[in-house]
Design a protein around this ligand. Structure first.
Ligand SMILES: Cc1cc2nc3c(=O)[nH]c(=O)nc-3n(C[C@H](O)[C@H](O)[C@H](O)COP(=O)(O)O)c2cc1C
Length: 217
């Protein structure tokens, strides 16, 4: 059994990555964690050249992910909210799964998946979008954890005085940025617990799949 965890956050080690790692703590099988942002993954170009053989012809880093995706029994996919949407890095990746969708989705159908989503104000939004995309690929959604992350405005250096930024959006004008108001996963123990529970649930669902397949249930 193999679980492939993919983080679409460009910020290494921040909230999206951290929640994924909390889930992985409870996943007792082979796992691989890949950050998408260092990879060059174009959006789908709708060229339809994958229709006959389910192989995308774009020459980029999705080629090296292809076999890993086919081999994986389950995915963990994490994405941050950018402008009330799934961020572009993750969206490109999810678009490119379209190569597996032709001819009855046979290559992704029934694979299990867990969603992680983060946001400064609305962490749930990317999850709803990823869950919707799963339905197109017949991916079996196991569960979701959404957690609040720190918007870059808390550390950009201008956050206290910026009318367009997240700090004023959250606290109004005149708020001083102190450590205790910067959102952090360590202050969301219920989210860490939810991530662990989801990791355990994923393991149970994977084990069920194996026993159904081998007839040992
Ligand atoms: C370009 C950009 C746009 C963002 N837009 C939103 C938004 O519309 N709503 C929201 O809740 N958070 C927004 N955020 C905040 C991020 O979702 C938040 O910082 C999240 O924790 C990022 O994930 P990470 O910590 O794993 O990098 C935005 C961040 C960036 C960089």
């Amino acid at each position: 059994m193999k679980v492939l965890a993919l983080s679409g956050s460009p910020r290494k080690g921040k909230t999206t990555d951290r929640v994924i790692h909390e889930i992985l703590k409870e996943v007792e099988c082979e796992t691989e964690f890949i950050r998408l942002s260092p990879l060059n993954i174009s959006p789908c170009l709708a060229c339809l050249s994958c229709v006959k053989d389910n192989i995308c012809k774009i020459q980029d880093d999705m080629r090296s992910l292809r076999e890993k995706i086919i081999e994986a029994d389950a995915f963990i996919i994490g994405a941050p909210n950018y402008f009330s949407m799934l961020n572009g890095i993750t969206h490109n990746f999810l678009e490119r799964l379209c190569q597996f969708r032709h001819q009855s989705c046979s290559l992704l159908a029934g694979k299990l998946a867990v969603v992680v989503s983060t946001g400064g104000l609305q962490p749930e939004i990317p999850a709803r979008q990823i869950e919707k995309i799963f339905t197109y690929y017949k991916i079996d959604h196991v569960g979701t954890v959404s957690a609040q992350g720190a918007a870059s405005c808390f550390t950009c250096g201008y956050g206290e005085n910026c009318e367009a930024g997240a700090v004023q959006m959250m606290y109004g004008a005149g708020k001083r940025i102190t450590e205790d108001i910067i959102p952090d996963l360590s202050r969301q123990p219920e989210k860490i617990l939810a991530a662990h529970d989801l990791g355990k649930l994923l393991m149970r669902r994977l084990s069920q799949k194996v026993s159904n397949f081998t007839g040992t249930a």
